[in-house]
Design a protein around this ligand. Structure first.
Ligand SMILES: [Zn+2]
Length: 504
């Protein structure tokens, strides 16, 4: 409708100017909303989603041949729209080095007539095959103070998992990272943490950590052994703690590694303003999903990932199509991430290896979707945390949607998607999502289920949703106001650090 009206208007203008030379009609400049209407349409949206979330894509697992076909589709779509590759990358692809590690076949820790077995008594969180004997040294909680002034060279350092006062094993992963770093830097042979938690029982841990893992291949050959030992056997633990001078034999074998080929897909459009074009905005979404898995009640085994995250991929494609045709003042970078479902791998890799330096990127507008249960809104996770809030609200309202902040903060969604890898570096980075009021049955019916298929989506709603996203992109790309973090935000200081004085 809008499109036709415009062409008619243009013809009338042209006609008037040619025939009535002395009457100069003002040529109406289309607004960003008008330009949004020019490109976003339901057939294009549907075509993309039906392709990306088709059964033939086999759930776009990382890695899989189908994931790479999806990558090619995203790249050639950008090519068709006139989006350019980013200088320095080959075509539209950023290879993301990953590897798939299968767990050990077996392992033992032996000391003072005790033997602990892999899985039953301990799990290997990180490391390669090892066969070594070394002295045991108990270092309490393994804080920096515990390590200071202690010679741990060549020793197996034993500590209690977590720091004092931390009861949640989720936190232990972070403290574990710090302890590993200390142990490794000081020349220890291995780090063993004594594990005991009622929240996450041992059999849950072994179920999870003895499955193959896909990780970014950044190890550069060194794999420091990091172990959780079940503290359920008090005699054995007492001996380890008493430890000085005690030698332990540590043996783990049968780990295999497979190098994987997957890609982030990246394109760009240069801005129109001679100054502002040096500022970039990232529009991003992950395009992988979880592949083929357990059958549902209907016997369907393909996890299509229409909502998660064909929809997100198509928000970015819609922005790419629109901004290639009608660039904004700022430059645009479009990124489709691999490996999100394996632990935000593609975005972590990009944030560490950006194609354009991150201090030139003023905003990252990500899209990720679990599902929706409210078609009167778009949910923006992090809406109220950056200066772009009024722009996003205006864009949503223009297409009949309320812009709503995350309705399920207890889910920790802000820190569970690709946007967080940019937020941590300081780049303001909310996530645009389908509307939801709670993580309820309506969401869970499709969330990471084989039934998350293209035919179950409401395309009238999606059309509004995509228009709201693209219009937001246009407003952010053209704005003269700051879209920086709000003062006091968790990532505000990281932002100040990234941009230095620029953002004062
Ligand atoms: Zn997702």
């Amino acid at each position: 409708m809008q499109k036709l009206l415009y062409s008619l208007f243009a013809i009338v203008l042209l006609f008037s100017c040619k025939t009535v030379k002395d009457v100069s009609l003002p040529i109406a400049t289309p607004t960003d909303q008008d330009l949004t209407e020019e490109t976003v349409d339901v057939s294009t949206i549907k075509g993309h989603i039906y392709y990306l979330a088709s059964d033939e894509m086999a759930g776009r697992n990382t890695p899989s041949p189908e994931l790479n076909i999806a990558a090619r589709y995203l790249a050639t779509s950008m090519m068709r729209y006139g989006v350019k590759p980013v200088p320095g990358l080959e075509e539209y692809f950023q290879p993301v080095p990953m590897k798939k590690i299968t767990p050990p076949q077996s392992g033992t820790i032996s000391f003072a007539a005790e033997q602990m077995d892999y899985k039953k008594d301990f799990i290997l969180l990180k490391g390669a095959d090892i066969d070594t004997e070394a002295e045991v040294l108990f270092l309490n909680r393994g804080t920096a103070e515990d390590f200071a002034g202690t010679d741990v060279t060549g020793k197996i350092v034993v500590v209690i998992a977590g720091y004092e006062g931390q009861d949640n094993p989720q936190q232990w992963f972070f403290s574990g990272d710090e302890k590993q770093k200390l142990a490794k830097e000081k020349g220890a042979t291995a780090l063993i943490e004594l594990y005991s938690s009622v929240q996450l029982p041992w059999n849950f841990l072994t179920g999870y950590f003895t499955r193959p893992q896909t990780v970014v291949d950044d190890s550069k050959g060194e794999a420091f052994p990091y172990i959780w030992l079940n503290a359920a056997n008090p005699d054995a633990i007492a001996k380890l703690k008493a430890g000085n001078g005690l030698k332990a034999q540590l043996k783990v074998e049968g780990i295999t590694e497979e190098v994987l080929k997957t890609y982030n897909v990246v394109g760009m459009v240069e801005g129109t303003d001679p100054v502002l074009k040096n500022e970039y905005i990232i529009y991003s979404a992950h395009y992988d999903h979880v592949g083929i898995g357990r059958a549902d009640a209907k016997g369907d085994t393909i996890y299509n990932g229409a909502r998660d995250n064909a929809v997100g991929s198509v928000t970015v494609l819609s922005a790419a199509e629109n901004l290639a045709k009608y660039p904004t003042k700022r430059s645009a970078i479009f990124i489709f991430f691999t490996g999100e479902e394996k632990g935000l791998l593609g975005s972590a890799y990009y944030a560490d290896n950006p194609a354009i330096p991150l201090d030139k990127v003023v905003y990252c507008f990500n899209s990720d979707n679990g599902g929706y249960n409210d078609t009167s809104r778009a949910t923006i996770i992090g809406l109220t945390r950056t200066g772009a809030q009024p722009l996003i609200e205006k864009a949503c309202m223009a297409f009949g949607l309320d812009a709503a902040e995350d309705a399920a903060p207890e889910e920790g969604l802000f820190d569970r998607s690709d946007n967080v890898n940019f937020a941590k570096k300081g780049v303001p980075a909310p996530t645009f999502s389908l509307g939801f009021t709670a993580f309820d049955d309506e969401i869970n019916k499709y969330y990471h289920q084989p039934g998350d298929e293209p035919a179950t989506l409401d395309y009238a709603y999606l059309t509004k949703f995509f228009k709201a996203y693209v219009y937001s992109c246009r407003l952010i790309g053209n704005t003269n106001t700051s879209v920086f973090w709000n003062e006091g935000d968790k990532y505000y200081d990281a932002g100040k650090g990234l941009y230095g004085e620029m953002k004062e």
